[in-house]
Design a protein around this ligand. Structure first.
Ligand code: FRU
Length: 474
């Protein structure tokens, strides 16, 4: 281990230890969402199932709650309920990643866990941000225990990327297809068009460029954090495009995340569907677990968020952002549905029945509301903090001034046009709302004034349950 590695690791350990001391006073910490021990978290990375455990790595800036030099943090779990913090396996300690261990993925093969990620170097001098201000190579490390990783090797050098790209190429996702390995990277072309690049390898070491894919018309200037998988015979390309224009019912955040179901191998602009319609969702990644499920986890946050939004946890508690719960992705009605993995039902304590046409239930702390509804319009309110109203297939999520910390409204059309069920998974300061079993999802941080609030449901007919939830994270 180099002395730089030792120094960095020791500094992280110290700041995490100091942060842990004051933690019980922090009322915004979450109970079933993964968050950073201290500082800033962004994209989920290296999601995998390896040697009987789930692994979730994440973009981590331990020293700055508002983001800074990126490391990888690491959680692991046997059941996706109880998570163990495993420390910081990747530090920005090499000449390839000294300005950040950026996003990437994992692949478990022949007893080994391989991580692929972007090593970021910012250029010093007369360079511009778009074309040549950084060097981003694709790096590879291996492990035999999922915890400790060996020497960093260059899998694709930044000098070998195609000529028609700016220096913005990053976020490798690697998977196996037959006997071959494939890699997808996100990029910004010199023409200011977002696109993805493909590579192939027979040994995970030597990678060959294998083409690129983009829409016919420009669909954003940059595509970050790509993913590619096949579900029920459908080829899915997931990307996080930057540069789309805001609309009333779509693309309401500064950047988006969504997917194309490919048609004849091509992404069509009109086929793009957002994964999530809440205020806080970006850079999701999927993986296949030991049971063959396609599982998605997203970052419950937003880069370059609107200026009026100041996340209260950063100022008062020295940490910021979290990940969504793991969601199973399924193909239904020509689109993808997402729903919390069934393991999360294990968080539920005894349920209380919710039935009638106007029901009020006092809650104290995190809960899981799971209801069927009838009628063309209805409303779910969490105290005076959050309101979810629907009418004729449109849904509107509104946060109060205080609970929204500067954010107010998000809207979505529900493709089927009928709202039949709503599930609200509410943590202390995060809420995930699943409509019709995951046809439409809203993920958002929210900051209720106290843990006690009244959940109110109004509809022509409501039937279901509400459960208090166990505390399971750290
Ligand atoms: C997405 C992203 C990635 C990059 C990482 C750096 O949020 O910008 O493209 O690898 O974050 O933290």
């Amino acid at each position: 281990m180099s002395s730089l590695t030792k120094v960095l690791a020791e500094e992280v350990r110290k700041i995490e230890e100091t942060a842990a001391v004051g933690r019980t006073m922090q009322t915004n910490r979450l109970t079933h969402h993964l968050m950073p021990p201290v500082g800033w978290l962004n994209d989920p990375n290296g999601l995998c199932w390896y040697k009987g455990r789930y692994h979730v790595f994440f973009q981590y800036s331990p020293f700055e709650a508002n983001g800074g030099l990126k490391f990888w943090g690491h959680y692991s779990s046997e059941d996706m309920i109880s998570w163990r913090y495993e420390g910081v396996p990747l530090l920005p300690d090499s000449i390839y990643d000294c300005h950040g261990v950026y996003s990437g993925s994992a692949i478990a093969e022949k007893d080994k866990l391989h991580l692929f990620y972007t090593g970021n170097i910012k250029m010093d001098g007369d360079y511009d941000y778009i074309n040549n201000g950084r060097q981003s190579s694709t790096l590879h490390v291996e492990s035999t225990d999922g915890l400790h990783f060996g020497t960093k090797e260059v899998a694709v050098s930044c000098e070998d990327y195609p000529e028609n790209y700016t220096c913005h190429i990053r976020d490798p996702k690697v998977w196996k297809e037959g006997e071959e390995y494939r890699m997808i990277l996100g990029g910004r072309q010199k023409s200011d068009q977002g696109a993805v690049l493909f590579y192939r390898s027979e040994d995970l070491k030597n990678w060959k460029f294998d083409g690129e894919l983009t829409t016919e018309k420009t669909f954003g200037y940059m595509w970050e954090c790509p993913d590619f998988f096949t579900l029920e015979g459908q080829e899915v390309l997931s990307v996080s495009p930057q540069g789309l224009t805001r609309e009333e019912f779509r693309f309401q955040n500064i950047y988006q995340s969504g997917y194309f179901i490919l048609k004849d191998g091509k992404p069509e602009e009109k086929a793009f569907r957002e994964w999530d319609h809440g205020f806080d969702f970006y850079a999701p990644q999927t993986f296949q677990d030991g049971k063959g499920r396609r599982i998605l986890i997203g970052w419950m946050g937003m880069p370059d968020a609107d200026e009026e939004y100041v996340n209260p946890t950063a100022e008062s508690e020295g940490w910021q952002h979290c990940l969504t719960v793991p969601r199973e992705v399924t193909y239904k009605n020509g689109m993808l549905y997402q729903y919390p993995v069934e393991e999360l039902n294990g968080l539920r304590k005894t349920g209380v029945s919710v039935s009638g046409s106007s029901v009020e239930i006092p809650v104290n702390g995190p809960f899981d509301l799971d209801i069927q509804v009838k009628g063309e319009q209805g409303k779910v309110s969490l105290g005076e903090n959050l309101f979810l109203e629907y009418q004729d297939g449109d849904m509107i999520l509104t946060l109060s001034e205080k609970a929204g910390a500067g954010r107010k409204v998000r809207k979505a059309h529900v493709p089927s046009g009928v709202i039949e069920s709503i599930r609200v998974l509410a943590d202390t300061t995060a809420v995930e709302i699943y409509v019709n079993g995951g046809e439409v999802v809203f993920s958002s941080r929210y900051y209720p004034e106290t843990d006690e609030q009244t959940v109110k449901v109004e509809a022509q007919e409501v039937d279901g349950k509400i459960y208090k939830l166990k505390n399971c994270v750290m």
